[in-house]
Design a protein around this ligand. Structure first.
Ligand code: PGA
Length: 310
C-alpha cells in the first residue's frame, strides 16, 4: 500500500481527532473550516478509508481513524520537536551546545565556557568531563558538538586545531627531598614511586611513552582515576605525580605542591578543539570553536613553573 499522506494532513487530522470538531480544529490551526474539511477529505482519499463518521451533529473516529490518531500524536510531537531544534540551529543566540573535555582540560574549560556564555546568555550548555578513552568513543559515535582533548588520534577522521600548550610536569609535596633542587637528573626519578592516572588517560599514555623513550623504568604505586586524587595523594606524600600544569595552578600558588625541576621535562603536549570531519556544526558550535581558538590562551594564562623548563 502506498500512502501519500502529507505532514500537513496529519497535523490537521490530529487536531480534528483530538477536538472531535472541525470548527475547533480550524480555530486552533488558524484555518477556515472548509480548509480543514478539505485536508481531511484528501487524507481519507489517500488512505482509502474514512477516518470519521458523523452521527447527528457529532463526529466520531472510525476504527481506522483511531489507529491513525494513535500514530499521528507521536508524529506530531516529533515534528514539534524537530521544528524547535531547527529553529535553534537557525538562531545562534538561542542555541544548545554540548561539549566534552578531557578531565585535565576541565581546569580551564569551565572558565572559557563561562566567558563564552556571557556573550550568549540564552545558551543551554552541557559539559561532560571524562578521560581520553571515553572522548574517543564520544567522537566515534558523533555524540558531542565539540571535544577538547590532547593530541587526537590518526585512526578517526577528525578536524582538530590546536590552541594552547599543555606541559606535563612532575609534582611533589613541598617538603620532598627533590623540591627546590635545580636540574634534577632524569635518573633520580628511578628511585621514586609515582602515583599514576588510569589506563585510558592521555596523561598516563604520554607519561609512559616519555619514560620508555628515555629508557627510564619508574616505579608506579597507586593508580587513580582523577587528577584531584593524584594531587591529594602527592600532597599526602604517597609519591610523585605527573600531571598537566593546568591542574595544579591553585596548589602552586598556595605552595601546597611543588613542580620539580627535572631535566628534559616538561613533556610538552597541546590542547586541541576537535570534531568529526564532515560534521555539520551548528552556528553556536562553530562560534564556540572559534572562540576557544582565539581566546583560550588569553582567558587562562599559563601558570608559572620553573622557567628554564619551558
Ligand atoms: P586525560 O587528559 O585523558 O589524562 O584526562 C587528556 C590528555 O592529555 O590527552
Amino acid at each position: 500500500m502506498s500512502m501519500n499522506v502529507t505532514f500537513r494532513q496529519l497535523k490537521v487530522f490530529e487536531a480534528v481527532a483530538r477536538r472531535l470538531s472541525y470548527t475547533k480544529a480550524a480555530q486552533e490551526l488558524f484555518l477556515t473550516q472548509p480548509a480543514v474539511s478539505m485536508q481531511i477529505r484528501q487524507l481519507e482519499e489517500n488512505i482509502g478509508l474514512p477516518m470519521f463518521e458523523q452521527l447527528g451533529k457529532k463526529i466520531y473516529l472510525t476504527e481506522a481513524g483511531k489507529e491513525l490518531y494513535h500514530y499521528s500524536r507521536v508524529i506530531a510531537q516529533q515534528l514539534d520537536e524537530v521544528e524547535e531544534i531547527l529553529e535553534e540551529i537557525k538562531g545562534v543566540r538561542r542555541g544548545r551546545l554540548s561539549v566534552a573535555v578531557a578531565s585535565t582540560a576541565n581546569y580551564f574549560a569551565t572558565d572559557i565556557l563561562a566567558e563564552f556564555s556571557r556573550k550568549m546568555p540564552s545558551l543551554t550548555l552541557s559539559l561532560e568531563v571524562t578521560n581520553r578513552e571515553r572522548l574517543l568513543e564520544l567522537l566515534e559515535h558523533n555524540e558531542k558538538d565539540i571535544v577538547i582533548m590532547g593530541k587526537p588520534p590518526e585512526h578517526l577522521d577528525l578536524e582538530a586545531e590546536t590552541f594552547m600548550d599543555n606541559p606535563l610536569v612532575v609534582i611533589a609535596a613541598p617538603h620532598h627531598r627533590l623540591a627546590g633542587q635545580a636540574h634534577v637528573p632524569l635518573e633520580a626519578l628511578r628511585e621514586e614511586t609515582f602515583v599514576v592516572r588510569e589506563a585510558g588517560s592521555g596523561t598516563r599514555i604520554a607519561m609512559e611513552r616519555f619514560f620508555e623513550e628515555n629508557d627510564i623504568h619508574i616505579q608506579t604505586g597507586m593508580e587513580m582515576t582523577s587528577n584531584e586524587a593524584i594531587k591529594q595523594s602527592v600532597m599526602s606524600g604517597l609519591g610523585l605525580g605527573i600531571v598537566s600544569i593546568h591542574t595544579v595552578a591553585m596548589e602552586l600558588e598556595t605552595e601546597r605542591l611543588a613542580v620539580l625541576d627535572v631535566e628534559t621535562f616538561p613533556i610538552l603536549r597541546h590542547w586541541y578543539v576537535v570534531h568529526r570531519h564532515g560534521k555539520r556544526l551548528s552556528p553556536v558550535a562553530e562560534e564556540f570553536s572559534q572562540f576557544v581558538l582565539e581566546n583560550a590562551a588569553k582567558i587562562w594564562p599559563m601558570p608559572p613553573y620553573p622557567h628554564h623548563l619551558a
